[in-house]
Design a binder for this molecule. Structure first.
Ligand code: ASP
Length: 319
């Protein structure tokens, strides 16, 4: 009997499964075309490390990520982690929305084994493909020789191989060939496993900038959204004309959360959020896209949170 650990690879598409007719080009290619079996065949060394089992969960460009695929992914992680001899799960994913899926998995995954996302900035057919090397490593998000906590990691560059950073927390470890070193444990561990809703509440994102019209907030509120995340300026500051519109939206039962559009840092938490007077919940150090995932999961479980900003603030403070 083999003593090698059994590792399951759940493939979802992305550039790591991308191909191009021109190997010299890292920019012109089609994402999500190469089946996971072919990706694994390209890294024969994997066979010496683990008994690999692959499942093609989806084959999408992650810019088109959907709630249905998120639900399926969480379900497949739960399925495989419940198999007693599975030691780990690797998810291959596109880089565009990886930070959102990573946040979802952080919040909703019930797994007793490590769940590792990996991705690539260059297609598998590129002369300098980064995917094969990323596949050979693994933990949380492993990319470009760094290990990042799923909650914290974001894509911060359009095309560089080192596009992923954890802007506030930093990486939690690194990988060099077969050497893996964790330099610390993640600052935030999941506090509970959120269930993935069958119907997601509508939560949208809008931004604050010079002289914004209130038309976007009014239209969204009128359309019946459950929550709004504001990509606010600096330390969570919102233009006065948007504040007025958001106060009205909150009065109509829409949850309002402020994140920052700066890309890094913590939005100061108000002593007591009071939307009626223009003091809205802070997303802490979650960027707008990650804050949206948490807000949607929270409103799915407890729609009443939209009218309880103190409870909503506590939830953002602990997740
Ligand atoms: N559009 C691709 C995706 O997110 C980009 C990538 O994977 O790097 O699926």
């Amino acid at each position: 009997m083999s003593l090698l650990p059994r590792v399951v690879v759940l493939a979802t598409g992305g550039t790591i499964a991308g191909s191009s007719s021109n190997p010299a080009s890292s920019a012109k290619y089609q994402a999500a075309t190469v089946p996971v079996t072919a990706l694994l065949d390209a890294v024969p060394a994997l066979g010496a490390l683990a008994r690999i089992e692959a499942e093609q969960v989806a084959q999408v460009d992650s810019k088109d990520m959907s709630f249905a695929l998120w639900s399926r992914l969480v379900e497949r992680v739960a399925f495989w982690s419940a198999q007693s001899d599975v030691s780990g799960i690797v998810i291959t994913h596109g880089t565009d929305t990886l930070e959102e899926t990573a946040m979802l998995l952080h919040l909703a995954c019930v797994s007793t084994v490590p769940v590792v996302l990996t991705a690539a900035m260059r297609p598998s057919t590129s002369l300098s493909a980064d995917g094969p090397l990323n596949l050979l490593k693994g933990a949380l998000l492993v990319i470009n020789q760094e290990i990042h906590a799923g909650r914290d990691v974001v894509k911060a560059h359009t095309s560089a191989v080192n596009a992923f950073v954890s802007p506030v927390a930093g990486p939690i470890g690194y990988v060099q060939d077969d050497f893996v070193r964790f330099v610390r444990t993640p600052g935030r561990l999941p506090v509970s496993a959120w269930s993935v809703p069958s119907a997601w509440p509508q939560v949208e994102i809008l931004a604050s900038y010079a002289e914004p019209g209130r038309i976007v907030v009014d239209a969204l509120a009128q359309a019946g959204v459950s929550g709004l995340v504001v990509a606010a300026a600096g330390n969570g500051s919102v233009h006065q004309s948007l504040v007025e519109a958001l106060v009205d939206a909150a009065g109509a039962g829409v949850a309002v959360v402020r994140s920052s559009r700066t890309g890094a840092g913590h939005v100061a938490i108000p002593a007591s959020p009071r939307p009626a007077s223009g003091v809205f919940v802070s997303a802490g150090d979650l960027n707008p896209y990650k804050a949206r995932v948490l807000l949607a999961l929270a409103l799915a479980v407890e729609p009443g949170l939209a009218k309880d900003p103190v409870a909503l603030q506590a939830l953002f403070a602990e997740n």
